[in-house]
Design a protein around this ligand. Structure first.
Ligand code: NAP
Length: 480
């Protein structure tokens, strides 16, 4: 083992000033797969100082001058795709082919923002005063602290760092403590791609010391965070003292609505993907399936058959469709939601228990589960499960489906399956969600906006919107 010296500050690798380290474990076995330095507050302060010192020169470059670095990162990600995917799977358990897809997605983000960064311009504002001219100019916000989760440990980092660097910001990254090694690999590629010292800095470790320094340090001008709503609220409150900007991509509780006129085979396939991808550990995964009562029995029978045909096992096995959960707490939460729903009257259609023994020994496996008869106040109907458990509820009218779907404090993603053109337009307008997928389970790519409403977040990632997050608009007027 011995992955120490994993802090990347001002263009150099170092160990933590506290001497502390973290051991990383494979969730399919609990075997150690790496070790990283655990940064202290002093290390975090050094990283912020390095980013602040590097900011003027990086910001002064044009978008076109910054683009070649981003494109080199894209090339290196694709060149090392297999090894990077294996690192993701070892740290957080997702099937290798999903991890491979994630690396490709991350490469695409560096490519997209290399191009989009060239298009940051301003506006000529018509002046109200004779002999005066007015411009609105857009400039990088300054030092950015990026804090990311473990469920897409490379994609969520790329989604923040690619636009931040393209916009001319300098950054400090704090990756999740379960998945720091993939961030270390990315920074090794940054170094090979010619990253100037201080432009991007990495602090692996625990959130307490790193988070407190990020919040209190006035040099950090923006926190871009993806993670739970609970942590998002903490960061939002803490950012107030130094009036930092914040961009928050938080938790979700996606409804998946199947109307009686849907193409059932497509909806069943999509419901499987929208729930069980990444073992249910995706912010946009559905947490509530609403099916029209006239098709519910057939729909649930077909979904049960599909789910039972899938292979659960270690992500590193080629045959695996659904891997383990990330840790013991995640497994317990899924099992608690099942037990609570069962106690309150839900019926288990399939699954409903932990998988242990044999190939599951030592891993955090929950059997893919479908529950029928789900309703409030079952916890699963309001709390994010973040596991492979799908509660099913029936409805009879469109108004009832909308009311059930909108009955959530979250507002991230929603899914609608129907062949009725009127419903395709009107239902999304009535859903209080930021990302609505009609007759598809994935949404669109990095060029489309993505973000939540209500307690699912503030701000947007993707497309030109994702670049705007990292820019401030300044007004300049000229007397001539
Ligand atoms: P989390 O516990 O909030 O952690 C996310 C990140 O914040 C990690 O790096 C974590 O560090 C760090 N963190 C925790 N407490 C902190 C503090 N006090 N100060 C500074 N940093 C702190 O969330 P998670 O369990 O890792 O991720 C799952 C959640 O993310 C789910 O709710 C999911 O829906 C959401 N998510 C949202 C999106 C989206 O785009 N909307 C995408 C993916 C995931 P440690 O890992 O060291 O604790």
């Amino acid at each position: 083992m011995g992955e120490i010296g994993t802090l990347y500050i001002d263009g150099a690798w170092s160990t933590s000033s506290t001497g502390e380290t973290l051991v990383i474990r494979d969730p399919s076995s609990q075997d150690p797969v790496g070790e990283v330095s655990a940064a202290g507050r002093d290390d975090t302060r050094s990283a912020i100082r390095a980013a602040a010192n590097a900011f003027p020169a990086w910001a002064a470059r044009s978008g076109a001058e910054r683009a070649p670095f981003l494109l080199r990162v894209r090339d290196l990600l694709l060149e090392h795709r297999d090894g990077l995917a294996a690192t993701i799977t070892a740290e957080m358990g997702k099937p290798l082919r999903e991890a491979w897809g994630e690396v490709g997605g991350a490469a695409g983000m560096f490519e997209y923002y290399a191009e989009e960064g060239k298009r940051v311009g301003g506006t000529i504002v018509p002046s109200y005063v004779t002999n005066r001219r007015s411009h609105a100019i857009r400039q990088p916000v300054g030092v950015v602290a990026a804090i990311t989760p473990w469920n897409f440990p490379l994609a969520t980092v790329a989604k923040k760092l690619a636009p931040a660097l393209a916009a001319g910001c300098t950054v400090l990254l704090k990756p999740a403590e379960a998945t720091p090694t993939i961030a270390v690999r990315l920074f090794e590629l940054f170094e090979r791609a010619g990253l100037p010292a201080g432009v991007a800095n990495l602090v692996t470790g625990l959130p307490s010391a790193i988070g407190e320094e990020i919040l209190s340090n006035a040099d950090v001008r923006l926190i871009t965070f993806t993670g739970s709503t609970r942590t998002g609220k903490h960061l939002m409150k803490g950012a107030a003292d130094t009036m930092k900007r914040i961009a928050l991509e938080l938790g979700g509780h996606a409804p998946f609505i199947v109307f009686e006129d849907a193409v059932i085979d497509d909806a069943v396939q999509a419901a499987y993907t929208a729930k069980f991808r990444n073992a249910g550990q995706v912010c946009v995964n559905t947490n509530r399936l609403f099916v029209h009562e006239s098709i519910a029995d057939d729909f649930v029978a077909a979904l049960k058959e599909l789910v039972e045909s899938k292979v659960v096992g270690p992500g590193a096995d080629d045959a695996t469709d659904i891997g383990p959960l990330v840790n013991e707490a995640a497994l317990h939460k899924a099992l608690e939601h099942i037990e609570d729903a069962r106690t309150l009257g839900a019926q288990v259609v399939t699954g409903g228990h932990q998988l242990s023994g044999g190939r599951f020994e030592g891993g955090y496996y929950c059997a893919p589960t479908i529950l029928r008869g789900a309703k409030k106040p079952m916890r699963i109907m309001s709390e994010e499960t973040f596991g492979p458990v799908l509660p099913v509820t029936t409805f009879t009218t469109d108004d009832e489906a909308i009311a059930l779907a909108n009955d959530s404090s979250y507002g991230l993603a929603a899914y609608v399956f129907t062949q009725d053109a009127r419903r395709c337009f009107v239902i999304p307008e009535r859903l209080a969600y930021g990302s609505i997928r009609v007759n598809n389970d994935t949404g669109d790519g990095i060029h489309a906006p993505f973000g939540g409403v209500k307690e699912s977040g503030i701000g947007l990632e993707g497309g030109p919107w994702g670049l705007d997050t990292f820019l401030v608009t300044k007004s300049v007027s000229y007397q001539i």
